[in-house]
Write a protein that binds this ligand. Structure first.
Ligand SMILES: *Cc1c(COP(=O)(O)O)cnc(C)c1O
Length: 417
């Protein structure tokens, strides 16, 4: 059984009273300590930490990280716009995107650092901004995601310029007098120091082909321990061989490169919890399961249905007596895949969890939802409104940072001819 990470019964009750459920709660103290840990990543000649904002793009969270000195990684033109509206300076935003926005030239002129992620992006950029400084994202041929759905490097990933197209990229850049000042390789390297060492050395090989490069960005992908039986990445451990590789590169070439990392998960995953209410329960008999039905589900957390991701679930019965029971926890959508207790890595498979005995009306907290949950859900499915987001401050107070959506807002763009 998992225990509560940063909420307690009283705070949870207060948030339900003030904002209702379901509600996302982000813990500022955790955000700050994660930022501090990321900023301590071993480096030889300087470090920029970028928050991969697609993990949790709420402007209030961007501002918390901005105050700590973090920069941002945006994955679409819309995210760049969002960062700017939150008051983040364009010079702190880098854009690595699968879909280059139409207005990329004006974004670049305003100071956004673009990493071109394909040969055709490179051609389009060269056409409009000859002679400009820019970055290139490569796929170094190595991947390490947990599943085909999270793998972002190697031959099965479409992200970045394929390593064997390096010459072609160099020729295209040279023809337009582009100055390649950054190389980027995000492969989701995980928690294994050997993988970081390999990706650093492959990436430094790419940097060697571009004499003007000053910054090497190794992306994010640092795994966190959402469940108590999972192992978290030790940044000191994975960073040390990277630092050494940068030092050796400097000894060999005389080039002292700045390191960039851009974690999403690492910075926010454990800082978010979803507060829900158990709104129904049912049982399918001795051969079946005891189901708890929450007032949330894939409309807030898609990761179990998508990847078979596991999140801690803690029921908070009003009259707890220490007894536990095995439950399958499901969401509120009419969809058999709307499951919160899937087997590890197996989205189709139900796996009951031992929780404190609870019933309808009790609170239930889903943890580890600070990354890729609020930002990546089956929003508005079954016409459920988007949930509010609340920031739990260091001083224990709460701020509403996103209101609950209304039906009017869901229907806003619908037209009945
Ligand atoms: C998503 C993404 C990240 C962050 O990945 P995490 O696994 O959340 O750390 C970093 N860089 C780029 C380019 C990304 O697309």
């Amino acid at each position: 059984m998992e225990s509560l990470r940063f909420l307690d019964n009283q705070t949870a009750d207060g948030i339900r009273m003030d904002f209702g459920t379901p509600a996302f709660v982000y813990d500022e103290a955790t955000l700050l300590s994660r930022a501090e840990a990321a900023l301590a990543f071993p480096n030889a000649f300087g470090l920029t930490v970028r928050f991969a904002m697609k993990a949790a793009p709420n402007g209030a969270l961007l501002r918390v990280f901005d105050r700590e000195g973090l920069h941002l990684d945006a994955s679409s033109g819309h995210e760049v716009e969002r960062a700017m509206r939150a008051g983040i300076g364009t010079e702190k935003v880098s854009l690595s995107t699968q879909e280059l926005p139409e207005d990329f030239a004006s974004l670049a002129r305003e100071g956004v650092k673009i990493n071109l992620c394909s040969l055709s992006q490179l051609e389009r950029f060269a056409e409009q901004l000859p002679g400009a400084k820019v970055g290139l994202r490569f796929n170094p041929g190595l991947g390490s995601g947990g599943s085909a759905k999270t793998n972002v490097g190697g031959p099965s990933a479409s992200f970045g310029i394929w390593k064997d197209d390096l010459e072609r990229a160099r020729d295209l850049a040279a023809a337009a007098s582009l100055r390649i000042e950054r190389i980027h390789t995000h492969i989701g390297s995980g928690s294994d120091p050997e993988v970081w060492q390999r990706v650093a050395s492959l990436s430094l090989g790419i940097v060697e082909a571009f004499p003007e490069v000053e910054v090497l960005n190794l992306g994010g992908g640092f795994k966190v321990a959402r469940m108590s039986d999972e192992r978290a990445t030790d940044l000191q451990l994975v960073g040390e061989p990277v630092k050494q590789a940068f030092e050796e590169f400097a000894d060999r070439t005389g080039r002292r490169l700045r390191l960039e990392i851009e974690p999403g998960t690492f910075l926010t995953a454990t800082a978010g919890s979803l507060l829900t209410t158990i709104q129904d329960a049912t049982s399918t008999g001795p051969e079946g399961y005891s189901f708890l039905k929450l007032d949330a589900g894939m409309t807030e957390i898609l990761r179990p249905s998508l990847y078979g991701a596991r999140h801690p679930i803690i029921s908070l019965p009003r009259d707890a007596n220490g007894e536990t029971k095995s439950y399958v926890v499901v969401g509120h959508c009419c969809e058999s895949g709307d499951l919160l207790t899937t087997a590890d890595g197996q989205p189709e498979e139900l796996l009951a969890r031992e929780l404190a005995v609870c019933g309808v009306g009790d609170l239930c907290v889903i943890e580890g939802v600070g990354a890729y949950c609020s930002s990546m859900s089956a929003k508005n499915y079954n016409s459920f409104p988007e949930s509010p987001e609340v920031l739990l401050r260091v001083d224990g107070s709460t701020s509403l940072i996103r209101k609950r959506q209304t039906l009017e807002q869901i229907l806003e763009n619908e037209i009945l001819p």
